[in-house]
Design a protein around this ligand. Structure first.
Ligand code: ATP
Length: 193
């Protein structure tokens, strides 16, 4: 199995996440992408605006019924700071019977530049192929600090969760910024006001 791992705070998940991950599925011929909401991102100073259970529910709502994706609550269930290296070890353990297992760690360019600061970056690179999602053409391989991986070209919608939270706070529409089910969840739970 060729599995993409796409982690994030997903506060909230948005169409930028969805389109970049969809492009990665096609570029890498992945069987599936696991979306893994973090309990707490070690490098994000502020804690998430929405509680973990809401972020998990929104990620589920975003990909519900889409067989290309699965949502994994492993980091939220573990709680505390979410270290990718620990998550990758859990996934390897889960699929240890699959000798063909290939894990691809999908990182936006902004996340990739911080990789040398993550816990055990060399171990991460040994457990998964590092794939940097970028909108522009780049050389096929990339070195992030001491770590090497590959660039792939994916769509990059000019959109962030930060902007969506700000729009909700300002009572602006987020229609089209997030899938409709996510917008309905945000409204129903009264998030980001
Ligand atoms: P925030 O604005 O709260 O920092 P974000 O929109 O950057 O959030 P994250 O949940 O932090 O979202 O991102 C998860 C992953 O998605 C990261 O690897 C990030 O680089 C990538 N990503 C974020 N926004 C986009 C986008 N518009 N297009 C493609 N990838 C994205």
């Amino acid at each position: 199995m060729r599995i993409g791992i796409f982690g994030g705070t997903f506060d909230p998940p948005h169409v930028g996440h969805l389109l970049a991950a969809s492009d990665a599925i096609e570029a890498l011929a992945l069987d599936r992408v696991l979306l893994i909401p973090a309990a707490q991102q070690p490098l994000k100073a502020d804690s998430a605006a929405a509680p973990a259970r809401d972020r998990l529910a929104m990620v589920r709502a975003m990909v519900e019924g889409d067989a290309r994706f699965a949502v994994d609550p492993v980091e939220i269930e573990r709680g505390g700071l979410s270290y990718t290296v620990e998550t990758l070890r859990v996934l390897h353990e889960r699929w240890r019977a699959d000798k063909q297992l290939a894990l691809f760690l999908l990182l936006g360019a902004d996340a990739a530049v911080t990789l040398p600061k993550w816990r055990e970056p060399e171990a991460i690179a040994a457990l998964a192929e590092i794939v940097v999602l970028t909108r522009s053409a780049h050389p096929a391989t990339v070195a992030v600090g001491q770590i090497s991986g590959q660039w792939i070209t994916t769509r990059r919608v000019d959109l962030s969760s930060t902007e969506i939270r700000a729009r909700v706070r300002a009572a602006k529409s987020i229609h089209g910024f997030v899938p409709d089910k996510v917008a309905a969840y945000i409204a129903g739970a009264g998030l980001y006001r």
